[in-house]
Design a binder for this molecule. Structure first.
Ligand SMILES: Cc1cc2nc3c(=O)[nH]c(=O)nc-3n(C[C@H](O)[C@H](O)[C@H](O)COP(=O)(O)OP(=O)(O)OC[C@H]3O[C@@H](n4cnc5c(N)ncnc54)[C@H](O)[C@@H]3O)c2cc1C
Length: 534
């Protein structure tokens, strides 16, 4: 079948001029790379700037592709990035989910509890107090505290001076109090013991594949409040978002080189000196380099341990990257009327009950997976309800480890395919049982992604899909810093998701420009537009 959709990502091409020296080189044209590049171009003048990307289009994990006349998307929603897009003068028509945030099913044998979580923290509080009246007071107290905690997080400085650090206990006491607290610790603090209520609250940690007894309370609270209060997706396909950023970047005079894989970050006397692209004879020199690829790839392979202090290597070794995923994207025929199925939520989530996230995460840490018909967590997303394109759904499951997926794919493709099909059937059965009756009858196209797919696509050795895992043990000051031990080499890779990646771009450029652009803020407040020249 012919492709009837022209994706915006395919209209872009390299504009690499072939210079052998740049003021700034960025590795990766995913959203971190594009955000960093654009913030840099907006706040400097005359800087020769280059993004190097191994794929033939921008977007990294946030993209869309066409298969047999269906458009499939990877990502599905983002919290508030409207101010950033305005600042960058990017016009992206957005659908805002104002009423519903999530349809959540919790399965216990034959019994299923259903929750329809509304958007907005006040609506959510009301909904919870009505659903769990016996715990109304505790819920109100928790939500009030959470809103306040989130306000204090917004006062933090990402690029903190000593003065900022000393002021933090006064400016943000709740942040200090929660730095080492897990999300389940926060629920305990408010004596939330009702099993069903905990199941609902823990939704906000388990959707990134992390159990609440390991997730940072601050990050989970931030994820909950930011995504449920201002939650968007483009009306068009998801590739349009990075494509517009890339187009803007090129229009500002900067260059992108597609189909070019960096195989070495060059270091001389502890200072970054450039990068070497696979197949090139010489390196491209760079005064500064920002890497936006998986830190294990960037630091252990592209830089190499020989350039890194032992303490940093240790920190990398102890860093747990977020899990990978098995994902099934389906193109459905037009006999199904998706609008009748109550699926137009950013997420439709089904899982087995309390303890599921812990079991799945422990299996992931052990290097495999814990999915079975008695233990699962899956999200069903329906992009075509917004885009109006031919019917598509995505069934996403996480956490999965790389396990033997990569090896199997290379060694025995038929066996790999059989294994993929097995797990796709498992996920399709779940979606059919809980969300879309007779789903199998309507399937025209099936696309299955495994940890090996994600590894191949992004370069992440473990196929990690959400950057560094949002565990309390590697949050805040304990995370990998943006400044690496190599002078002038920066790595804004610490917070998962599209909002986090855009903010990574803001913060790293602010760091490089000595806070002249965003005043060190963790939030986006570009109060001092710098214009630093080369
Ligand atoms: C299936 C899926 C669904 C998701 N859904 C959501 C969602 O709904 N909402 C949300 O907020 N987040 C979501 N995420 C997470 C989000 O997509 C990522 O956090 C974000 O896109 C990461 O952007 P990035 O630029 O940091 O990294 P990446 O997107 O990984 O970009 C890195 C880029 O570097 C390139 N690269 C790698 N190695 C090299 C090399 N050696 N040389 C040159 N280039 C290289 C890669 O090709 C890639 O383009 C999802 C992720 C996945 C995988």
């Amino acid at each position: 079948m012919n492709n009837i959709y022209q994706l915006k990502r395919d209209t872009l091409s390299s504009n690499f001029s072939g210079k052998d020296h740049y003021d700034m080189i960025i590795i990766g044209a995913g959203l971190s790379g594009l955000a960093s590049g654009l913030m840099w171009m907006k706040n400097t003048t005359g800087m020769k700037t280059l993004i190097i990307e191994k794929n033939s289009y921008p977007g990294g994990y946030s993209t869309a592709y066409v298969k047999e006349g269906y458009v499939f998307e990877t990502t599905q929603l983002f919290p508030d990035i409207v101010d950033i897009l305005e600042y960058l003068e990017i016009d992206l028509p957005l659908k805002r989910y104002e009423k519903n945030f999530m349809r959540r099913l919790v399965v216990d044998g034959d019994h299923v509890d259903e929750y329809k979580i509304p958007a907005g923290s006040e609506n959510f509080t009301r909904y919870l107090t009505e659903t769990f009246p016996a715990d109304a007071e505790k819920i109100r107290a928790l939500m009030e505290y959470s809103v306040d905690l989130f306000k204090q997080v917004r006062k933090l400085k990402a690029n903190a001076t000593l003065k900022d650090t000393l002021a933090t206990p006064f400016r943000a006491p709740k942040v200090i109090a929660n730095l080492n607290r897990t999300y389940s610790g926060l629920l305990d603090k408010f004596r939330i013991t009702d099993k069903k209520l905990r199941e609902v609250m823990e939704t906000f940690t388990s959707f990134s594949g992390v159990p609440s007894d390991r997730a940072s309370a601050i990050l989970a609270t931030g994820a909950m409040l930011s995504s449920m209060t201002r939650c968007f997706r483009p009306y068009g396909f998801f590739d349009e978002y990075p494509a517009k950023l890339a187009e803007k970047f090129q229009s500002l005079g900067a260059e992108i080189r597609f189909n070019a894989e960096v195989e070495k970050i060059e270091v001389k006397d502890g200072v970054v000196s450039g990068v070497k692209v696979k197949g090139d004879n010489t390196m491209i020199r760079g005064d500064r380099v920002i890497t936006t690829v998986d830190p294990m790839l960037a630091m252990r392979q592209l830089v190499g341990d020989e350039h890194l202090p032992e303490k940093y290597i240790q920190k990398l070794e102890n860093t747990i990257m977020s899990p990978s995923s098995v994902n099934v994207a389906l193109g459905l025929d037009d006999k199904i009327d998706m609008t009748k199925l109550d699926l137009d939520y950013p997420y439709n989530v089904v899982s087995t009950g309390l303890g599921t996230a812990e079991k799945l995460f422990n299996a992931f840490l052990a290097g495999n997976h814990g999915f079975s018909k008695d233990c699962f967590h899956a999200a069903v997303i329906c992009p075509s309800l917004t885009t109006g394109a031919k019917n598509t759904i995505t069934i996403r499951s996480t956490p999965w480890a790389m396990d033997g997926w990569k090896e199997l794919r290379e060694r025995d493709y038929e066996k790999y395919r059989a294994e993929k099909e097995k797990w796709a059937d498992f996920l399709i059965d779940i979606a059919e049982k809980y969300f879309i009756p007779d789903l199998k009858k309507y399937i025209v196209v099936k696309e299955i992604s495994t940890p090996a797919t994600y590894a191949r696509f992004s370069g992440s050795p473990t196929g990690s899909i959400y950057d560094i895992a949002s565990l309390v043990t590697q949050f805040g000051p304990k995370r990998l810093p943006m400044k690496t031990p190599i002078r002038n080499l920066y790595q804004p890779k610490f917070a998962h998701g599209l909002y986090g990646t855009m903010m990574g771009g803001v913060q790293v450029v602010d760091l490089i420009l000595d806070r002249k652009f965003n005043n060190g803020n963790s939030l986006f407040i570009p109060e001092k537009a710098a214009k630093v020249s080369s």
